[in-house]
Design a binder for this molecule. Structure first.
Ligand SMILES: Nc1nc2c(ncn2[C@@H]2O[C@H](COP(=O)(O)OP(=O)(O)OP(=O)(O)O)[C@@H](O)[C@H]2O)c(=O)[nH]1
Ligand SMILES: [Mg+2]
Ligand SMILES: [Zn+2]
Length: 360
C-alpha cells in the first residue's frame, strides 16, 4: 500500500482514511481536502496546490441527501487537470466525524456544517449571549458528531472577573468534565490558553451565534485582520452575519481552524448519544428507572423524576433534556414513516415492472 504523503499528513490525513478506502481505488485517483464550499464549486488542496474543484456528474445524480455532498473538511478522491489548476471530485471519503444540523422547519433536511473535525469550540459571549440551554444544544450536536467540545466564553473584557468565574462555575457545576475558557479579543486575555490547545494536523471548528467574536478570534490566531468581522448592530447584541461561508484556515503552528457563520436555530435529530453524553447525570439516573423505555415524564418508579423532586437534579437541566429528546423522538418517528412510504413506493414500482414484463 502507498505510504501517506507528507503533504497530506500535514492537512490531517491519517491511517483512518486509508483503512476506509479500498487500496485499488487509490491507484487511479489523488486525494485532496475540501477547504471551502461555494455555490457550485469547491476549493480543495493536496497540501501543495490549492485549486478549484467540481463534482463529477455521477456523484451529483447519485446523491440522495445533502449528506452525500462534500462539506468543508472532507477528504475527497479527485482527478487533477490542467497542470493542477482544476480538479474533479469523484468520491467523498468516509468521515471521521461530522457536524450537521437539521435545517429550521418541519421538513427533515440536513445542512452539513463541517467534516473531520477533532475539536469544536462553542463560543458564547459572557454578556447577554450567554445561555446554558443553547450551550447544551450545541453540546448535544457536537457529542452526537463524535467531536470533542470546548467552551469559549468570549468578550471577557465586558464583565468583572468574579462574574466570569461565576459563569464558569455554573457550567462546571452541571458538567464537571467540560473544558471552559474565558477570553477577550479586545484586551487579549486568555488568548494564550486557546493557542495552547491548538495542535498541528488537528482540525478545529468555531461555532456560536452571530456576533460573539468567532472571526475576530480567528484573526487573532492568524495574527492579522484577514477575515471580515462586523460591529454588533443593536443593543440586544444581535449582530448581522459577517461570515457567510465556511472555510478551513491553516494556522502558523500547523493547526487548522474552520470558521462558520453564526447559527440562528439548531434543530436536533436522532440525538441519543449526544443527549446521553451531554446530560450524563440524567443518563446515569435513568439506569435506575423501573422501566427500560422510561421517558422520565410520568412513569412510576422513574429515578429521574425522583431526583428532580428531591432537588438532586436541576430543573433547568431536566426541562432542556426533555425538550430535546422530544424533538429527536418526534423527528425520528417522521423519518421512519417517510422511509416506510419510500419502501411502499419501491414495491409499487417493482410490481408494475413485473406486470409489464409478464405482458411481453
Ligand atoms: N468587547 C468585545 N468585543 C468583541 C470581542 N470579540 C469580538 N468583538 C466584537 O464583536 C463583533 C462581532 O465580531 P465577529 O468576530 O464578526 O463575530 P462572529 O462570531 O464572527 O459573527 P458572524 O460571522 O456573524 O457569525 C465585532 O464588532 C467585534 O469587534 C471581544 O473580545 N470583546
Ligand atoms: Mg464571523
Ligand atoms: Zn425515568
Amino acid at each position: 500500500m502507498r505510504p501517506i504523503s507528507r503533504k497530506l499528513e500535514k492537512l490531517g490525513f491519517d491511517q483512518f482514511f486509508l483503512d476506509h478506502v479500498a487500496p485499488e481505488r487509490l491507484e487511479t485517483f489523488e486525494i485532496a481536502r475540501v477547504f471551502a464550499v461555494h455555490k457550485d464549486s469547491y476549493a480543495v488542496s493536496d497540501g501543495e496546490h490549492e485549486l478549484q474543484a467540481e463534482l463529477v456528474g455521477k456523484l451529483m445524480y447519485a446523491a440522495a441527501s445533502p449528506l452525500d455532498y462534500p462539506a468543508v473538511g472532507d477528504w475527497v478522491r479527485v482527478n487533477f487537470f490542467d497542470d493542477h489548476t482544476f480538479a474533479i471530485i469523484h468520491e467523498v471519503l468516509p468521515r471521521k466525524s461530522l457536524l450537521k444540523r437539521k435545517t429550521p422547519g418541519k421538513k427533515i433536511e440536513f445542512q452539513l456544517i463541517a467534516a473531520n473535525i477533532d475539536v469544536a469550540f462553542i463560543v458564547q459571549s459572557v454578556d447577554h449571549n450567554f445561555n446554558r440551554n443553547r450551550l447544551e444544544r450545541y453540546l448535544v450536536m457536537i457529542n452526537e458528531g463524535n467531536i470533542q467540545p470546548v467552551v469559549l466564553l468570549s468578550k471577557s473584557d465586558l464583565l468583572a472577573s468574579e462574574e466570569i468565574a461565576a459563569r464558569i462555575a455554573e457550567i462546571k457545576n452541571v458538567m464537571p468534565d467540560l473544558s471552559v475558557l474565558a477570553f477577550s479579543n479586545k484586551n487579549e486575555s486568555g488568548l494564550n490558553n486557546i493557542e495552547a490547545l491548538l495542535r498541528s494536523k488537528m482540525t478545529y471548528c468555531l461555532l456560536g451565534s452571530s456576533g460573539v467574536g468567532k472571526t475576530t478570534l480567528l484573526n487573532n490566531l492568524v495574527g492579522e485582520a484577514r477575515f471580515e468581522t462586523k460591529t454588533v448592530r443593536d443593543k440586544d447584541g444581535k449582530g448581522r452575519h459577517a461570515t457567510t461561508a465556511r472555510q478551513l484556515i491553516m494556522i502558523d503552528g500547523g493547526a487548522m481552524v474552520i470558521d462558520t457563520p453564526g447559527m440562528r436555530e439548531l434543530g436536533n435529530f436522532a440525538v441519543q448519544t449526544g443527549l446521553d453524553e451531554t446530560f450524563a447525570e440524567i443518563a446515569l439516573l435513568s439506569q435506575q428507572c423501573q422501566f427500560n423505555d422510561c421517558t422520565h415524564v410520568n412513569e412510576k418508579g422513574c429515578a429521574v423524576l425522583a431526583a428532580l423532586a428531591e432537588g438532586r437534579l436541576s430543573g433547568q437541566r431536566y426541562d432542556n433534556y426533555i425538550k430535546m429528546s422530544r424533538e429527536s423522538v418526534y423527528h425520528e418517528m417522521s423519518y421512519l414513516e417517510k422511509r416506510q412510504k419510500d419502501r411502499q413506493f419501491g414495491k409499487l414500482i417493482k410490481s408494475v415492472m413485473k406486470h409489464k414484463k409478464n405482458r411481453r
